[in-house]
Design a protein around this ligand. Structure first.
Ligand SMILES: C[S@@+](CC[C@H](N)C(=O)[O-])C[C@H]1O[C@@H](n2cnc3c(N)ncnc32)[C@H](O)[C@@H]1O
Length: 311
């Protein structure tokens, strides 16, 4: 049966303002989710406008087809946004896109559905794949990963200072019984971590780290950023919403590099100066206001960065 979910798009007004949506423009939403941003973009488009959307999650794609499948201006593709260059070439829109949106991470429906294994608050199979038909689940990975590799993932993607203790506990536990559910992992982490942070589950960082690793989130983002300037039309906008510092740092550095704002190589020739950048950064990172954060706690960590392709 079709399940309907509530999903409030984060920083909606700021995204629409930032993209400066034109009625006859071509837009690409690389993270359709439940279509909150997509619906608002479609509303601003006229009959000549187009919205291409991507999502890894088959459930998101099903919702997209249900909601907008009959709208000739809309196209949804299942897969990673790291294929945005390929999608643009296939549809003959490379270099013609007026705006690209990436609203990173998991959606509320993904977190809310215990069967997906994303949430440490709900007991379910330890899966964590945005695309359940691709790659290995968190349970499968934890069953075979070397202890040092688990430590690295928890440290790098979770900034977990007790990574060694947690990895040790995982390896000891799995020698006796497979770790198959979210609550098994939560309990194991709670027993391994000696201190407590106020209002924060000791499993928070580990769950974030595993999710990022299992879904190759930073690799996909890096790959998408490498392609995005080429698909944008001159004057086209890029809007990226990130929810943790690793992603935000990657986006910030990318925009700086492409705008030649900072981090220029020290050995640039003195004559001629630097080549002009391909992007112009639009303002500072935008965060949600107090009202939105009160209504939607997920918005608290959201960070929107905007840039424009130069001619
Ligand atoms: C935060 S939600 C997007 C919510 C959406 N903006 C809305 O208003 O409903 C992120 C979505 O992006 C998808 N996603 C995350 N990383 C992806 C990737 N690398 N490629 C494609 N989809 C991805 C997730 O499956 C999830 O549905």
């Amino acid at each position: 049966m079709t399940q309907t979910y509530q999903h409030r798009p984060v920083l909606l007004k700021e995204v629409l303002d930032g993209l400066a949506v034109q009625a006859d423009g071509i837009y690409l939403d690389g993270t359709f989710g439940r279509g909150g941003h997509a619906a608002a973009i479609l509303e601003l488009l006229g009959p000549q406008g187009r919205l291409y959307a991507i999502d890894k999650d088959p459930e998101a794609v099903r919702v997209a087809q249900d909601r907008f499948g009959r709208d000739a201006r809309f196209h949804i593709q299942r897969g990673t946004f790291a294929m945005l260059g390929e999608l643009a070439r296939e549809h003959g829109i490379a270099g013609r896109i007026s705006g690209v949106l990436l609203d990173l991470g998991v959606s509320s429906p993904q977190l809310d559905d215990a069967r997906r294994g994303f949430s440490f608050l709900k007991d379910g199979p330890l899966d964590m794949r945005m695309d359940p038909d691709y790659g290995v689940s968190a349970a499968q990975w934890l069953a075979v990963a070397a202890e040092g590799e688990i430590v690295r993932v928890l440290q790098v993607y979770g900034e977990e200072r007790f990574a060694r203790r947690i990895a040790r506990a995982i390896v000891q536990t799995r020698a006796e019984q497979p770790i198959l559910t979210t609550h098994q992992l939560v309990e194991l982490i709670a027993a391994a971590v000696p201190t407590r942070e106020r209002n924060k589950s000791p499993a928070t960082r580990s769950f974030q780290a595993l999710r990022i690793h299992i879904n190759q989130e930073l690799q996909d983002l890096e790959s998408a950023l490498e392609q995005v300037v080429e698909v944008l039309a001159p004057g086209g906008r890029l809007a990226v919403i990130s929810f943790h510092s690793l992603e935000d740092r990657m986006v910030k550095r990318f925009m700086r590099r492409e705008s030649h704002g900072e981090e220029m190589p020290l050995d640039l020739p003195v004559t001629g100066g630097p080549a002009p950048g391909r992007l112009r950064v639009l303002g500072k990172a935008v965060q949600a206001g107090a009202d939105e954060c009160a209504e939607n706690p997920r918005a608290r960590s959201a960070m929107l960065r905007l840039a424009e392709r130069l001619a």
